[in-house]
Ligand binder design. Structure first.
Ligand code: MTE
Length: 447
């Protein structure tokens, strides 16, 4: 399978394909398979220059430069980097989506990732006013009450204060409420990076917010909501129901995948609100206020609201409902030959664990239960796979997830019947990838 242009082809390769050299690539790939080339077996595209040598593959027969020379010393890269051969696998902006790059989004390259963890450097980004690399010695978190009796001892914490407290580490997905938002009306973007890439999953480490509220003597009976405020210039503020905090799940996090948060993701402190849309995961967290009513701030009254078919706005749809997507094969990739493929994708639910995922190769007429890779965790990405023999005829690939509450991911027709087509947020419809006879995979919608 040739990977989608976003994550693999070099500029020269893309020029080749643009010039109509696709068949040439396929032919040389098949020749490489016949020769048992390791590159082909690893699923890498053979380039037009790859030899079709009946005498055998020189890549296995001949001595290699890397096997006959001295390698680089330790710590040549004090902070390790991916292989230069993987440099196409990067976060990308959708050209023209926003007017300024500081108030924009970069999408995670889901088509090239394995398992469930998003490498920190590929975690999607969504900033309302650019990102900052804050000096942790000067960063503070204040906890106060909307009324004096809500918090007995308001406090200002340093990073040191927070990092001395007993930590918890948990794996969770974060999905922007606007993920798949461009697809509400019809097909808009070609690849899974752009349809679903406002989604990432990490192990977060921090302190339960409940611990800090208790430390400040918050009245957890009178409290009904908290307000979280970011330290960047966007005045990002979000209301969070106290039940989520009392459950112990909401975390004031400083760690991500074993190291400190990346600046783009809120260094040195962010809120982690498992299952809830990304906007509530306030980055560069500077203040928590305990209150007894929703705050209806600008980011909850004008943005991150659902435009319903009757023209009314629905506020506070915060939970990310059950959803899934096939990441391979997916839009922009090409199946180079019929035969065996592994269909692989991601499923998640803001209400708990994924219970099952069904996959269809005929546009939803027949479904087969996929295998869920372990671990299967609550409010975390789950990887699913299904073996598939492509017979070379057109196919329509879909995945449909069910979570532990029994919620079944809807088809576009079902979702639009309730939500209309003019919304931006919370599109969890079933995604369809159409495999053409040529092997090209395209984004289509089936109602
Ligand atoms: N917090 C602050 N302070 N400023 C922001 O712009 N963006 C929010 C949220 N927290 C934002 C913020 C939005 S809309 C999303 S989807 C997530 O952060 C994105 O988190 P990420 O950039 O780590 O992926």
């Amino acid at each position: 399978m040739r990977r989608a242009p976003e994550n693999f082809l070099t500029a020269d390769d893309i020029r080749l394909v643009d010039k109509g050299r696709r068949d040439l690539l396929r032919a040389s790939f098949l020749a490489a398979v016949a020769a048992g080339s390791a590159a082909a077996l690893a699923g890498r595209a053979a380039t037009a220059a790859a030899p079709a040598d009946a005498a055998g593959d020189p890549n296995i027969l001949n001595p290699t430069p890397w096997g006959s020379s001295l390698g680089q010393p330790v710590a040549a890269n004090p902070y390790g980097q991916p292989s230069k051969h993987e440099r196409g696998l990067v976060r990308r902006q959708s050209p023209g989506l926003t007017q300024v790059a500081a108030a924009s989004v970069s999408f995670a390259p889901l088509q090239g990732l394995f398992g469930i963890v998003t490498p920190s450097g590929l975690h999607f980004e969504r900033h309302h006013q650019g990102w900052q690399d804050i000096d942790p010695t000067r960063h503070r978190l204040m906890v106060n009450g909307a009324r004096p009796d809500f918090v007995k001892t308001p406090k200002v914490y340093t990073m040191d204060d927070i990092m001395r407290l007993p930590p918890v580490s948990r794996m969770h997905f974060i999905e922007c409420g606007a993920n798949t938002g461009m697809e509400w009306g019809n097909v808009a973007v070609p690849t899974v990076q752009y349809t679903h890439g406002m989604l990432s999953c990490s192990e977060f480490t921090g302190v339960p917010l409940r611990t800090l509220l208790e430390d400040c003597g918050a009245d957890l009976k009178a409290a009904k909501f908290i307000l979280a405020e970011g330290g960047d210039g966007s005045s990002m503020t979000r209301t969070i129901p106290i039940e989520l905090v009392l459950s112990g799940e909401v975390m004031v996090a400083y760690g991500q995948n074993g190291e400190m948060l990346r600046p783009e993701n809120g260094y040195p402190l962010r809120l982690v609100v498992p299952g809830v849309q990304g906007v509530s995961w306030v980055k560069w967290l500077r203040r928590i206020e305990v209150g007894d009513r929703p705050y209806a701030t600008k980011d909850e009254a004008v943005h991150y609201i659902d435009l319903m078919p009757d023209g009314q706005h629905r506020q506070y749809t915060s939970i990310q409902e059950c959803k899934s997507v096939i990441t391979s094969p997916s839009g922009g990739q090409t199946l180079l030959d019929k035969g065996y493929f592994t269909i692989s994708g991601l499923a998640w639910s803001g209400r708990g664990a994924v219970k099952r995922v069904d996959v269809s190769t005929d546009g939803g007429i027949n479904w087969t239960q996929a295998t869920l890779q372990t671990p299967v965790l609550s409010k975390c990405l789950t990887r699913f796979t299904l073996p598939w023999n492509w017979d070379g005829r057109p196919a329509l690939l879909q995945s449909r997830a069910v979570d532990e509450t029994g919620f079944v991911q809807p088809a576009y027709g079902q979702l639009r019947a309730v939500r209309g087509t003019r919304s931006i947020y919370h599109n969890n419809a079933i995604q369809t990838w159409q495999v053409a006879e040529s092997g090209d995979v395209n984004n289509v919608q089936i109602l």
